[in-house]
Design a protein around this ligand. Structure first.
Ligand code: CA
Length: 227
């Protein structure tokens, strides 16, 4: 999938690095050095996704995202915030302002690209319904998962759990959060249930060696790693 991606970043070296990374992956980068430039560009061009730096001269990236969410045309524009501010409260205010995801600086190009591709897919940009991570691929339309092209036999809930983790690569989710997202908030299922499903998933992924993609983060929960 090829997308037009707006980069709102005032530091030329970082903007250029982002533009090169995006171009290498087949996307078209569009550059704005501040919020006003971004709004001018968005008024005239179609954009599939925006990367917005938090710290911008003049209007902050946070305020820009708030404004985008108030405008009819950009209300649903997928936005990833770039932030050097790793504080959880900052991340929360970024997401509250309407950002869909965030990537910390300095960013790894691999992580950035997997975030972008996951968000594009979630946002329905392009027609790609298949997510591929290492030798694992998940076809959301067909509701099937494959390792090295071999279909896996997965229960409905196991598929949903795998699909959720693969749609948010590298992000750590607690058992409670996974219950919320995959089972639904009203559930009174015990958190141990998540462990049982993770165990089953790893077992299903093991013959192809893809079980190592699902990582346990001690004291925190689980994540699906991109490498
Ligand atoms: Ca900046």
């Amino acid at each position: 999938m090829s997308a037009r991606i707006l980069i709102v970043e005032d530091e030329p070296a970082i903007a250029e690095l982002l533009a090169i990374t995006l171009s290498r992956h087949g996307h078209t980068p569009l550059l704005a050095a501040d919020a006003a430039g971004a709004e001018r560009l968005l008024a005239n061009q179609s954009v599939d996704l925006a990367l917005v730096d938090w710290m911008l001269p003049g209007m902050s990236g946070l305020e820009l995202v708030r404004r985008l969410r108030r405008e009819e045309v950009t209300r649903t524009l997928p936005v990833i915030m770039l932030t050097a501010r790793g504080e959880e409260s900052d991340v929360i205010s970024g997401l509250d302002a309407g950002a869909d995801d965030y990537v910390g600086k300095p960013f790894s190009p691999r992580e950035l690209m997997s975030r972008i591709n996951a968000l594009l897919r979630r946002s329905g940009v392009g027609d790609e319904s298949v997510v591929t991570i290492a030798n694992l691929s998940i076809d959301f339309d067909a509701h099937r998962a494959y390792v090295d092209g071999e279909p896996l036999t997965l229960g409905q809930r196991d598929f949903q759990l795998l699909g959720f983790l693969a749609s948010h690569p590298e992000r750590v989710y607690s058992r409670g959060q996974l219950l919320d997202h995959v089972w639904g908030r009203t559930t009174d299922i015990e958190e141990r249930t998540v462990d049982v499903h993770i165990l089953r998933l790893r077992k299903a992924l093991k013959p192809g060696g893809a079980d190592s993609l699902i990582q346990t983060v001690r004291g925190a929960g689980y994540r699906l790693a991109v490498n």
